[in-house]
Design a protein. Sequence first.
Length: 635
Amino acid sequence: MTDRRNPAHGEDTDLAIAIVGGGPRCLGILDSLCANAAALPPGTGKVVVHVFDPYPVGGGRVWRRDQPSLLWMNVPASGVTVFADETCVLGGKLRTGPTLAEWIAEHRATLVADPELAEEAAAATGDTFVSRGLQSEYLRWAFEHIVATAPDRIVIVPHQDTVTDIVDGPVQQIRTASGRSIPADKVVLAQGHLDDELSSREESFRDFAAAHGLVYVPPAYTADCDADEVPAGENVIVSGLGLAFIDWMVLLGESRGGSFVTDSEGRLRYRPSGKEPILYAGSRRGVPYHPKLTHPLRGPRPPLPHFFDVAAVLDRHPDPRRANFAVDLWPLACREILYAHCHELFHGHPERVTMTWPEFLEKLTAAEYGSAELTALVEQAIPDPHDRFDMASIETPLAGADLADLRETHQHVTDFVRAHLARIDDPRCSVDSAVALGFFSVYDVFGQMVRARQLSASSIVRDIDGWLHGLFSHVTSGPPPERLAQLAAMADAGVVVFLGGGLRVTADAESGVFRASSETSDREITARCLIDARLPPADINRTVDPLLRSLGSRDEVTDRISDIHSGRIIVDEGGRLVGADGRAHPARWAAGPWVVGAGWAHAFPRPRQNAGFFRQNDALARDLLQFPGNPKECP
């Protein structure tokens, strides 16, 4: 017989919900459950929400407190929140809370009393990119705040335990590593980023390293890696130039005693400690992510979406599943981003254009993206080529560069970094912020289409979760500007050497070393250490997560869309878990980065943007509480 007693109060429970994973996504769902509790029918009993995570709820594994203090967030404190605000279009009651910056200001006295956080907390402002340890404290407080302010009908019970299986029955039985079995009516998988078994390529590198006394660091969350095993004073090949690379740059440079100083000309310089390796770094695109933008718009916020929304796509392509993403859909999205760029240029910098905004917009509306007509319009309206939007330079930044050797490649990429940093301090370049908003908008629209299965399976996997997610991250998810300034300084010091794009890494059995070359360099680099600087790819077929392995062994979770393996968890439009038979489970949901098309709803939503994170959590909470239809505004 199933125990329906409330573990906290000994009362009968009308509804038991289990959330697997206690990170930021869990916090958002919990707060949305609390916000929607007012709509519970009168006279109902308690709703008990069990939260399972082997790490403390709030930060979870990724945002746990015990990380090196030099590992920072890539969003300023004013741009981070886990609480909805008045801009959010939600079905439930609005429950607000402080942004990270507001929370630091409100709790500064307490924070400065913590020896590990005192110096950072005392100086932190809304523009500060705080450490992940300080962010962890915010998330811990947020969980405690949600619990303390929960309505009487909502009881939240944390379990510091790992879920190993969920078994069907009259209710869902949650089985854990500690041997417990806890019943729940509904279950949400919100585990965040997970680890994989090594791919065949990674296994071969691991075995090669073991056989030849080398060091190979496979894809992993950087804070979980042992940076001490990377040798000092030697060549190290780093595959990847994204956020994980920036973490490695810090762990192998400043964390080993290197320091930064500003010279008499105002340029940042790096003073090596002698304990660093020489990082030979490259990637497919060949350049680091764009720096996180911090300058404000000078004109009004562009009203997005303007050209590119689901209705506009369906008007042009009634069945977009048959559309070619690159030929039919991406140009429509590019015109939207161009619109955002031009909106800011015309409103924020009218002295740099030759037309009025209404005149330009009328002609832009009539022109196809990529047409000679549009090219002529832009050239006429925007005299300076530097003010024009250029998607090609974003997608392929090294294309057309005449790079003869490694020295030229290294200098070209270093100059690329400095050029982007210079744009941050140039008010004329506020268009970059508008372009970022354009990317957010089109990514959100594509996310809606993915959830509604309005795109082909191959396009969802290859174009959205693959190519577009990579480009979106490159433009909008870059490191703090200070980190890129430090990177340029380390490049000048010879501690970092850029290999460029089209990176190729091989294991040379004859010489017993790793070799790296690129499409833009004339030299092949040998090294005894190789770092794959990236997170493990989402792949439920290779995950080491015991719950997904259990569900997968019984075909109760799948990554197949039509006949294509996506690697990610398949859910229906409402977020319900889909099995291999194509049926959505009535009592199981999934949300987070391992779900197909989930990139649109980021773990840390931006304040005052009606972020998809809150809209998704609100719709999910209303589903979990069995409310009638969600409001139309909630996608």
